[in-house]
Design a protein around this ligand. Sequence first.
Ligand code: NDP
Length: 331
Amino acid sequence: MFYALVVEKDEESGKTSAAVKQIAVDDLPDAEVLVAVEYSTVNYKDGLCVGPGGGLVRKYPHVPGIDFAGTVEESSDARYKPGDKVILTGWRVGEAHWGGYAQKAQVRADWLVPLPDGLDTRTAMAVGTAGLTAMLAVMALEDHGLQPGHGPVLVTGAAGGVGSVATAILAQLGHEVAAVTGRPETGDYLKQLGASQIVPREELTEVTRKPLEAEQWAGCIDAVAGAMLGRVLKQMKYGTSVAAIGLAGGAAIEGALITPFILRGVNLLGIDSVMQPYENRLRAWQRIARDLPMKKLEAMIRPAILSDLPGLGRDILKGQVKGRVVVDVNA
Ligand code: NDP
């Protein structure tokens, strides 16, 4: 038997409740690789899966946790053998399949990547899905021509998980980073991660009727969407790109007009970490191990244990979590 955070639904009231319980390997969904989980994390989607909304969960009882890192215990797939260190992100694990908020998880071999040299399981989860997404966004901007020296790169939702890692990676690569935050008290933290400019959220959330504004940003990683993305698109320099990764501020692009696209050739790149094929995930993890300053990563970590998760799930949905929560599932 081992411990897991199990979310159950009361069929009569429709209410869900989450509690740490003991379960057995036989309870896990069938798949090729049994992993002894070491660390998991708290992402926005985990907040949804742990909380009463549960919108992403397909079936109860459920074990959430959209990412984890650990050691292979058993494998019927030749690519992995007992003792291998692995990372899992995406593929609807923690939503449609039981996830990482447990001391063991059983998953498809295709969903894993080997832990790259230079990372341990704890640092891999300090990065987690949020950091992988940040790196995929950086790589997409590079593929569309972004280079250091082109001008400031804007990161929205900067004190959150994706934003924190994006800020640290961009700064490490030599970019000037303008970090947008609604929490002025995180200014020192963001500067420590490498931001050279802090932009208050209110400066970018007012919807204007102007078709275009002064060209300012050489690139943008946007975790917020909503009114902010509408404003940012109008401020992009000619021929630059916005990598849109999330919608913490709303699902619509408010106030956006077609002008930035046709008069400034701005690109809007959608980034999805969930269905990334193996090669892309591996390439991104290898770049993370190479380009993410580990000292800065330490500054982002907030440690947690399984029983902290219901509260942390609520916090992340309110936009109140700073940096990355790393869950030690064996503590
Ligand atoms: P976090 O909650 O850690 O960060 C989101 C940040 O956005 C907050 O910390 C806050 O930053 C800012 N924010 C929150 N609410 C608002 C608001 N109403 N208006 C403006 N800013 C707001 O979440 P993550 O970084 O983990 O994820 C961010 C988004 O990206 C989510 O929508 C998530 O679902 C999505 N995501 C997408 C992935 C993909 O594959 N595309 C993968 C991972 C996440 P601050 O306080 O600094 O303003």
